[in-house]
Design a protein around this ligand. Structure first.
Ligand SMILES: NC(=O)c1ccc[n+]([C@@H]2O[C@H](COP(=O)([O-])OP(=O)(O)OC[C@H]3O[C@@H](n4cnc5c(N)ncnc54)[C@H](OP(=O)(O)O)[C@@H]3O)[C@@H](O)[C@H]2O)c1
Length: 215
């Protein structure tokens, strides 16, 4: 499958490499292609870089990995061209973070019942938005190997087959996956991301993940 990733940060780069390992073709989209030269060297011939619009046009599945603050994600979608997302699965990895103040972790810029996931679905009504991978640091997204065991990835989206596609990708990367409902449940996942961040901030420990324990 062709994967378009809107973004050039750690998330876009790690997801890009993860999709390449699964055998997909990957194009990262950015306003500054030069900063991805090192990534291109790692990616090999199935990886490429272009504009936001190039990545959105390229992707049969599109991942959104952009900053939320200052309207950046909405602007990136506008630059990518909303029509280029129509009919496609859009994997939303964003967290709507706002600065938390001096020596404080970030806080949520949106909260119940609103969320970045729900906003993105409303901006892209013809797309199948799935909230996923926002509750883990970029490094572990496609490589969830932790000493204490296999963590759980919670995902949410309105379209059953889109959820299944993302679930299968996550499982191939090694996650256990729980689908927790429609895209309106994104507010839960975005709050969960804040627990991940807050734990890291309080303990200066950044190698952790969530696991659902069952009997
Ligand atoms: N870092 C993590 O471990 C992690 C984990 C889970 C979720 N997340 C979430 O995933 C998203 C990406 O995180 P990240 O750390 O990889 O990168 P980031 O620094 O949050 O975002 C970088 C991307 O945002 C784009 N961007 C910034 N300002 C913009 C603007 N005004 N207009 C359009 N695009 C703009 C940049 O575009 P250019 O490429 O053109 O510079 C770049 O592609 C964020 O929402 C973050 O909260 C991050």
């Amino acid at each position: 499958m062709k994967i378009g990733i809107i973004g050039s940060g750690m998330v876009a780069q790690q997801l890009g490499l993860g999709f390449l390992i699964l055998g997909h073709d990957v194009k990262l989209g950015t306003r500054h292609p030069d900063k991805l030269n090192q990534w291109l060297g790692q990616a090999g011939e199935k990886g490429s870089v272009g504009s936001f619009e190039d990545a959105a046009k390229f992707g049969e599945l599109i991942a959104l990995a952009t900053l939320w603050n200052s309207g950046a994600t909405e602007e990136a979608i506008r630059m990518a061209g909303k029509d280029n997302f129509a009919g496609k699965i859009v994997m939303d990895v964003t967290n709507p973070l706002a600065p938390g103040g001096e020596k404080q972790p970030p806080k949520l810029a949106l909260a119940y019942p609103d969320s970045a996931g729900a906003k993105i679905q409303s901006w892209l009504p013809k797309s199948k938005v799935v909230k996923a991978f926002n509750i883990i640091t970029a490094y572990y997204m496609a490589n969830p190997k932790l000493k204490d065991g296999t963590p759980t990835m919670f995902i949410a989206g309105d379209d059953t087959s889109a959820n299944t596609t993302i679930k299968e990708i996550a499982e191939r990367w090694g996650w256990e996956v729980e689908i927790i409902g429609g895209i309106e449940q994104s507010y839960l996942l975005e709050a969960l991301a804040l627990i991940w961040i807050r734990y890291g901030f309080l303990h200066n420990h950044w190698k952790h993940a969530f696991k659902l324990l069952k009997e």
